[in-house]
Design a protein around this ligand. Structure first.
Ligand SMILES: Cc1ncc(COP(=O)(O)O)c(C=O)c1O
Length: 404
């Protein structure tokens, strides 16, 4: 009789977005006349920019001609995209990264879930709390997280680094030394980040204790402050301790197109073993390349027109973020984030739990957000609103909240 991977049975189940959907459906059924505004899920709403659509159309036409047709893409990505990434995301920022250190993929969710595969199950992971749930869940599936405490909602073998208003949302070095450190900066869900000097301290710490940093920079395009690093490789010594994950979902609206990449520097070694070579082997065996049409779309994000159009798109969402932030502050809320990220993280009023505030907002303002407790135990008492809606909906939602 076959056996299953029992680790999957340990997963507490991601009730967050299904519970939200159930509650919203029940409310809509009971109140068919009410119009709901959704500022919950972190999906984009603006269409793909014209320069990118044009590049995709051209690539589609190439696929229809014998002379320009392409079959399997190179496992690690086409040179045209890897070179554009090096020039625009790294060289332009003074980071020493070469094309053979870039691994093109179908997005940061799969990379952030899969990267743990090249590490021993005996490693101890550290995560910011609250954070994007994929890091912990993928380690649960791999059998690295120990026993789940249903009351505390924590795993016995995971080091949690609370990020709350008390520490300014800056993760502190844990008492126990971790082997793998997940940093998501700017952070989902808090919308906060740390300075380049603070990130440098993490790089120094990882090099000192022999840990690897798994750095998720999915929201890098939203950074507006000059003392915040756009890449961890802006920090000295990061080439020997850090892997960086990038996505085109939030800067270019590719949530449905699917494209991302991971950087594994050749200087990153465990003893004599090169992690770059390990990830190349893993990628080559388990991934057959991102589609040609999509990689051409990715290349177009770096053209002068593409860059200008994406800058406008990011500005559109950040105008929403500023609208939400100012509106909530006017209404007396304590609000964080929204400056270097498209997320607003608010303290729930009158000591409501995250879910109590969810119900309150749904019933009284007909606005849907995301309870902070769904992102980790330290998210309790907080609530996330996203800036990814339309401007009109964002303004309307804030007007409703202000009237409460
Ligand atoms: C921190 C973080 N990383 C990765 C992702 C997923 O990115 P992708 O769409 O490239 O898979 C998200 C999506 O919400 C995210 O918030």
């Amino acid at each position: 009789m076959y056996k299953i991977n029992d680790n999957y049975q340990k997963l507490p189940g991601s009730y967050l977005f299904s519970t939200i959907a159930k509650k919203v459906n029940a409310f809509t059924a009971a109140n068919p006349d009410k119009s709901i505004i959704r500022l919950g899920i972190g999906d984009v709403t603006q269409p793909i920019a014209p320069a990118i659509i044009e590049a995709m159309h051209k690539a589609v036409d190439e696929m229809g001609q014998a002379e320009t047709f392409r079959g399997y893409a190179p496992d690690l990505g086409y040179d045209f995209l890897r070179n554009a990434i090096v020039e625009n995301d790294y060289k332009s920022r003074g980071c020493d990264i070469s094309a053979d250190e870039i691994f093109v993929s179908d997005g940061a969710k799969s990379d952030s879930a899969n990267i743990q595969e090249i590490f021993s199950v005996d490693n101890k992971i550290a995560v910011c709390d609250p954070v994007y749930p994929v890091y912990v869940d993928s380690n649960v599936m791999a059998g690295r997280t120990g026993v789940y405490d249903t009351e505390k909602e924590t795993w016995s073998n995971v080091i949690y680094m609370p990020c709350t208003k008390e520490n300014g949302f800056v993760p502190e070095f844990p008492k126990e030394t971790p082997d793998m450190i997940y940093l998501c900066l700017p952070n989902n869900p808090t919308g906060t980040t740390i300075t380049k000097a603070q990130l440098q301290e993490w790089v120094d710490y990882a090099n000192k204790v022999g840990a690897v940093i798994l750095y998720d920079a999915a929201y890098e395009a939203y950074i507006s402050e000059s003392d915040v690093a756009h890449s961890i490789y802006e920090c000295e010594g990061a080439r020997t301790c850090a892997i960086e994950l990038k996505s085109y979902s939030k800067n270019a609206g590719f949530t449905g197109v699917r494209l991302g990449y991971t950087v594994v520097p050749k200087d990153l070694k465990c003893g004599d073993v090169s992690l770059n070579a390990m990830w190349a082997r893993r990628h080559g065996t388990k991934f057959n390349g991102a589609p040609y049409i999509v990689q051409r779309a990715g290349e177009a994000t770096y053209s002068p027109e593409g860059k200008a159009q994406l800058k406008e798109q990011v500005a559109y969402y950040m105008k929403n973020a500023a609208t939400i932030k100012a509106g909530l502050q006017d209404a007396g809320y304590t609000v964080f984030g929204g400056v270097n990220a498209p997320y607003i993280w608010l303290k729930t009023p009158e000591n409501m739990t995250s879910w109590e505030f969810f119900d309150y907002l749904l019933e009284n303002a007909n606005v849907v957000g995301t309870p902070g407790s769904g992102f980790g135990p330290s998210g309790e008492g907080y609530f996330r609103l996203t800036a990814f809606g339309t401007y009109e909906n964002t303004v309307a939602a804030i007007e409703r909240i202000k009237k409460l």
